[in-house]
Design a protein around this ligand. Sequence first.
Ligand code: NAD
Length: 264
Amino acid sequence: MSTTTSQTTPLTQLIDMSGRTAIVTGGAMGIGLGITRRLHEAGANVVVADLDHDAASGIAETLDATRVGSSLAVATDVSSVDGVEHLVEVVCERFEAIDILVNNAGIYPMVPLRELTLETFRRVLDVNLTGLFLCTKAVSEQMIAQGRGGRIINITSIDAVHPSMVGLAHYDASKHGAWGFTKNIALELAPHGISVNAIAPGGIATPGTGEITGEALQDFETMIPMGRMGDPDDIGRAALFLASDLSSYMTGSQIVVDGGRLLA
Ligand code: NAD
């Protein structure tokens, strides 16, 4: 986003998102919801683009009650070309422009290689990588046409750097891909004033990780140096940093937010 801030710009202005519109995919729960809440609190209009339309509508209604006309739920499957086109159309109709895209929607079914079907492998790649591509392509074209830059934030994972547990080979493939894609489009979109950065979370307590139980979870938790699972808001804060003018000279970077888990 082309920035008009300087060394004397007050901090409150640097994180003021008023007048900007953000799409958060998978924004109805977990990490996506943590991000949606912080961007909205900072003044942005937020679009909750989620497969779970009931959950997305509930969140949008709650946010809208605090600032009328500031939130919208759009039923979206990020892996569908038509679905993503529809999302961009509806958002532009309602808010006229898109300034921030957070590619957060993702799935991580735990399946060891010997039990991994082609169907599961493809679905994980479709949502985590193809979905990120489709949303980025459609939204970046819109941002370029608007001519006022933009921010793209991709939620990768510590698994984009190093495997965290057995049973996630398909997921790690998708997240390594997402990180590679992030770096390359950061190069391509920089001349348009669009920054592209990633956040690599690890060990965040969400409805998704709530489904991982037993030994695997226990083993994971004991290896977090900070001694606790993360909260979706821990990622919301990092996303606000990347969406705001606090990160004015950053592109092609990946911020690890994992309580130190990668070190262990
Ligand atoms: P979650 O399962 O708790 O929530 C995911 C949200 O995405 C849900 O609202 C779901 O309806 C939505 N969604 C799923 N498929 C979708 C699709 N095709 N189109 C649109 N929306 C869809 O997950 P989470 O733990 O909050 O994870 C969010 C992101 O963070 C994922 O990309 C995940 O890989 C990444 N991540 C999470 C952790 C963690 O510890 N929770 C760690 C590393 C990376």
